[in-house]
Unconditional design. Structure first.
Length: 186
């Protein structure tokens, strides 16, 4: 399968590496994500799938250079060769790993098929957004592992100095040592 929508964050200079194993990062606190995770585990796999909760310490240990806050908002699949698949490409590569769905994945990897895969991903995102809104009364969604999702500001983790301001609907709190004049280079 050609990697449509794949990024190579660490090019090893060896060209395209064969995929022998995939790690799927999923939101363990999302009912849709856990349903899909449980479904994937039950399928016959041509390529083994390791299913790891996104943002979990195991995911951070396996992929220290990955933007873990992004993995909480979008399905991310990492191949053993370093390829990273996100969004619709991640869904397609998961199907490609399954015996019964590999032919479907090949069809979905075409430009027309990727449009369908994108609609599936957008539908899942709308479901998750509705689920978060229902949990938090339309405001922020706070996970047990310290991550908070605020529709206005995105994902924040309390360990990085974002306390509970986002969960109360305000802007993320600044680090106490920051005088508000921080620049990216600081």
């Amino acid at each position: 399968m050609t990697a449509v929508g794949v990024t190579r964050e660490a090019d090893r200079g060896t060209g395209v590496a064969p995929v022998r194993r995939l790690t799927v990062l999923y939101d363990a606190e999302c009912s849709l994500c856990t349903f899909v995770r449980n479904w994937l585990v039950k399928q016959r796999q041509l390529v083994p799938l390791d299913l790891v909760p996104a943002g979990h310490s195991r995911a951070r240990a396996l992929f220290p250079d990955l933007d873990h806050s992004a993995t909480l908002s979008e399905i991310t699949v990492i191949a053993d060769g370093g390829q990273i698949y996100r969004g619709q490409a991640a869904w397609v590569v998961c199907m490609w790993a399954l015996r019964e769905y590999r032919p479907t994945a090949h069809r979905m990897a075409t430009p027309a098929g990727m449009k369908i895969a994108k609609q599936v991903v957008l539908g899942a995102a709308k479901y998750r957004e509705a689920q978060w809104g229902a949990r938090a009364g339309g405001g922020a969604y706070r996970r047990a592992d310290g991550w908070t999702y605020d529709p206005k500001h995105g994902w924040f983790h309390e360990a990085y100095g974002y306390g509970g301001a986002a969960s109360r609907g305000g802007a993320p709190a600044r680090d106490a040592a920051c005088d508000g004049g921080c620049r990216a280079a600081d």
